[in-house]
Design a protein around this ligand. Structure first.
Ligand code: ATP
Ligand code: MG
Length: 425
């Protein structure tokens, strides 16, 4: 890649995340190449390329599995919507380093000489475990407020401290994060949740003053006391962080469901015989729905997250449930995530996970046909038996399935008898 560009007379360097990761001994997810070649020249050299943003000089070149993103050295013009620069000027590699967000993300590597090119002190910050904005921190965040969330994400991911000037600039500008589009905020928060250091990420979001603006409902969990006999670990925020700490290669919906499972507690807290949070799951589900809408999440994500929050207290009732109800519950498509959430919830409070093991054993012992028995009758049968079609058909079919799930019947004749007995013409 770099070789081909160089042979055509251009300068070509590895840039950004892949250089940082290499120095840290991590295999990079993707490779960015910064070059003096103009976009047209890059496209001419690599006919199979995908021009994703020619105006910004960005071209993707697919190569043996990995995709290389080739970007022309540039300097960004003023940002107006806090997202895209108004204009870009194609300039030198030095200016290209200066437009990048953090010093550790602004390193180049020249594959020809095998040397790191560092215009911003990024290697020293890497060694010191420090995240620092390139140039004047306040100005850099004013150009793009999303960088404040990126700072938290990278610091959490690598266990770095945020340099004092950079942290102060974030704290000063924190309230302006809401000027960034909800989609970008959501994407960044989801990454913070998924990258394996969610607890550190949320502690940093709070310390940087961002949490109250991006997720005020989560910020409100701070200081909400819980009954010590059920929650010796402390308040609702502490409890939630202890769950986040247990996320292991999680899906985005499990992450969000975990973060929000007790979001209904702050508004429902009452002091009766003891501290109580009546109906917090239901209230929390409504709040999760609002949050998911505010962050422009997909319907698919929103439905699963809301379901997880809504159902998380029901898991404890499973052993006492009637068989049909229990089987219908455990066969829901989101149930495995709910059970994982429930286990983390137990570990983060009383540490007794016997309920989860009971459910796992129960599910493991269930033959598939016991959870989804074959359908014995259809609407056609009901019509043939003289019933007029209508919404009660659903009830009749469900009653038959319930009886099957309870193990009370297993033939069409028995199903017909049940329907005729309960529903007179
Ligand atoms: P990751 O491992 O998460 O992909 P990365 O460093 O590769 O980390 P990307 O978001 O892929 O991050 O961006 C690639 C590079 O582009 C960064 O290293 C940084 O130099 C630059 N960059 C990305 N987003 C911004 C931004 N909002 N402002 C300034 N520079 C940015
Ligand atoms: Mg990247």
């Amino acid at each position: 890649m770099c070789e081909a560009l160089r042979q055509a007379g251009h300068r070509a360097l590895f840039a950004g995340g892949c250089v940082r990761d290499r120095l840290l001994g991590i295999v990079p997810k993707d490779y960015d190449i910064a070059t003096s070649a103009r976009p047209e020249a890059v496209m001419a050299l690599f006919p199979r390329c995908i021009p994703v943003g020619v105006a910004f000089g960005v071209i993707i070149v697919p190569r043996s599995g990995a995709a290389f993103e080739v970007t022309t050295f540039r300097q960004d013009g003023p940002y107006h919507d806090g997202r895209h620069p108004e204009s870009v000027a194609f300039l030198t590699e030095h200016e290209d380093a200066a437009r990048r967000d953090f010093t550790i993300n602004a390193l180049f590597f020249d594959p020809e000489t095998e040397t790191v090119i560092d215009y911003v002190g990024g290697q020293e910050d890497l060694r010191a475990g420090r995240l620092r904005a390139v140039g004047d921190a306040k100005r850099r965040f004013e150009e793009d407020y999303l960088r404040m969330l990126r700072a938290v994400r990278f610091a959490a991911r690598f266990g770095y401290t945020i340099h004092a000037d950079t942290l102060l600039a974030i704290q000063t500008h924190a309230h302006k994060i809401t000027r960034t589009s909800p989609e970008r905020i959501c994407e960044e928060l989801t990454k913070i949740l998924m990258e394996g250091h969610a607890k550190a990420g949320f502690e940093l979001l709070d310390a940087a003053g961002l949490l109250q603006y991006v997720l005020p409902e989560v910020h409100a969990m701070k200081g909400i006391e819980q009954p010590p006999e059920y929650h010796p670990e402390g308040d609702v925020f502490t409890h939630t962080l202890l769950l986040l700490e247990q996320l292991h290669e999680p899906s985005p919906t499990l992450c969000w469901g975990t973060l929000l499972h007790d979001v209904g507690k702050p508004p429902t807290q009452t002091f009766e015989d003891r501290i109580r949070f009546n109906h917090h799951a239901r209230v929390g589900a409504e709040m999760a729905d609002q949050i998911a809408r505010r962050l422009h999440m997909s319907n698919e994500w929103r439905n699963q997250i809301v379901w997880l929050v809504d159902q998380h207290m029901r898991v404890a009732d499973i052993p006492e449930m009637r068989e049909a109800r229990r089987k219908r519950f455990v066969r829901e498509s989101g149930f495995p995530e709910l059970l994982t959430l429930c286990r983390m919830d137990c570990v983060a409070s009383h540490a007794d996970t016997r309920i989860v093991e009971w459910i796992q054993d129960y599910i493991a012992a269930l033959p598939p046909e016991a959870v989804r028995p074959p359908r014995l009758i259809t609407g056609e049968d009901l019509i043939a038996w003289g019933y007029a079609p209508g919404p009660h058909f659903r009830e009749m079919l469900d009653a038959v399935e319930d009886a099957q799930l309870e193990g009370q019947l297993c033939s069409k004749e028995e199903a017909e008898a049940l329907v005729r007995e309960r529903w007179a013409h």
